[in-house]
Write a protein that binds this ligand. Structure first.
Ligand code: HXC
Ligand code: NAP
Length: 288
């Protein structure tokens, strides 16, 4: 599905901050938010990338985009980014914690700094942004909304991406915790757990070289395909809009069934050719 889902004015007048909004999935979600009438703040470490994306987005949608350099690991930079956003747009209504760092590695090969670098970007970065926005919203009595991008291995853990799994698990715990604590202020906190959605940033670090062909993610997904960026953008737009006004503390998986396929004890039986099932049925029926 490559079509937008919500009506054109669904996010009209809303200002949304997207961390990591200059590339990949952040860029895709941001472009759709603009099409729905939102103002956008995109933020990450590389100002040149952000500025190029901002100008592409403005040309494509006619919306307003502010590009702000901000390393989410540093709380002072996050506060400064929020201040700049308020100066430009007057109010901020939603935060999309999308920035991440990740790479595959056997855990014993990691330095302590490699491990904490991922934790700092993903967990501390999401905490820093949520904290700054939460303080502002509660002070100003604004019913803001937080949407966190996690992964399906936030539930299960995963070998070879252990720092990311620890960090995303922490972001999921934060999602559920804040949903309860800040619910009384009208602040909603939700998460999306995407399956495989090809992006340059993720594929270069998780499936480098010919690994992309050898470990083709399509084969792990019951629907036998990867996700379309617009499919994720549709879900994200719904979750930051008022149409999801009673959804709080939820994590929605969008993965074509991938993680459940990995969890089901007998799912690997899909390898059995259809013609073998007559013989197998005979054997199972003969069991007395
Ligand atoms: C082992 C590594 C490493 C690698 C870096 N390090 N890459 N160790 N294997 N491949 C170590 C370094 O040696 C250093 O430790 C420490 O990690 C910090 O590295 P820096 O390069 O100084 O960090 P920094 O410049 O902050 O860059 C962060 C980064 C980089 C995470 C390493 O890849 C990055 O900027 N990533 C951002 C984008 C990204 O990762 N996108 C993918 C998200 S995908 P020492 O000890 O030497 O100092 C995702 C999808 C999940 O999350 C699910 C998919 C299905
Ligand atoms: P991506 O393009 O590499 O996006 C990551 C973004 O994070 C980049 O724009 C990067 O920009 C920014 N970033 C990294 N470190 C930062 C920091 N310290 N401060 C601020 N920004 C920082 O990868 P993607 O695939 O679109 O991933 C987006 C999100 O989706 C991530 O949360 C990822 O975990 C999640 N996800 C992706 C998939 C998938 O299949 N693609 C699956 C599950 C979950 P700079 O380098 O300019 O800082």
């Amino acid at each position: 599905m490559t079509q937008g889902m919500l009506r054109d004015d669904a996010l009209k007048g809303r200002t949304i901050i997207i961390t990591g909004g200059g590339t990949g999935l952040g860029k895709a979600m941001g472009t759709y938010f603009l099409q729905l009438g939102a103002n956008l703040v995109i933020t990450s470490r590389k100002l040149d990338v952000l500025q190029k994306t901002a100008s592409e987005m403005e040309t494509a949608t006619g919306g307003k985009v502010l590009a702000v350099q901000c390393d989410v690991r540093n709380y002072d930079e996050v506060e400064a980014m929020l201040k700049q956003s308020l100066e430009k747009f007057g109010q901020v209504d939603a935060l999309l914690n999308n920035a991440a760092g990740n790479f595959i590695s056997p855990t014993e090969r990691l330095s302590a700094n490699a491990f904490s670098t991922i934790i700092d970007i993903v967990l501390k970065g999401s905490v820093n942004c949520s904290l700054a926005l939460g303080k502002y919203w509660i002070d100003q009595q604004i019913k803001g909304t937080i949407l966190n991008i996690v992964t399906t291995y936030a539930f299960t853990g995963s070998a070879y991406v252990v720092p990311s799994a620890c960090a995303k698990g922490g972001v999921l715990a934060m999602t559920r915790s804040l949903a309860v604590e800040w619910g009384r202020h009208g602040i909603r906190t939700n998460a999306i757990a995407p399956g495989p959605f090809p992006t340059k940033g993720a594929w270069e670090r998780l499936l480098p070289g010919d690994m992309a062909a050898k470990f083709d993610f399509k084969n792990r997904v019951p629907l036998k395909r990867v996700g379309e960026h617009q499919e994720l953008a549709n879900l994200a737009a719904f979750l930051v809009s008022d149409f999801s006004g009673y959804i709080n503390g939820e994590v929605i998986t969008i993965d074509g069934g991938e993680w459940l396929q990995g969890a089901g004890q007998f799912s690997a039986l899909e390898m059995i050719p259809g013609e073998m099932w007559d013989a197998i049925e005979k054997m199972t029926r003969s069991a007395k």
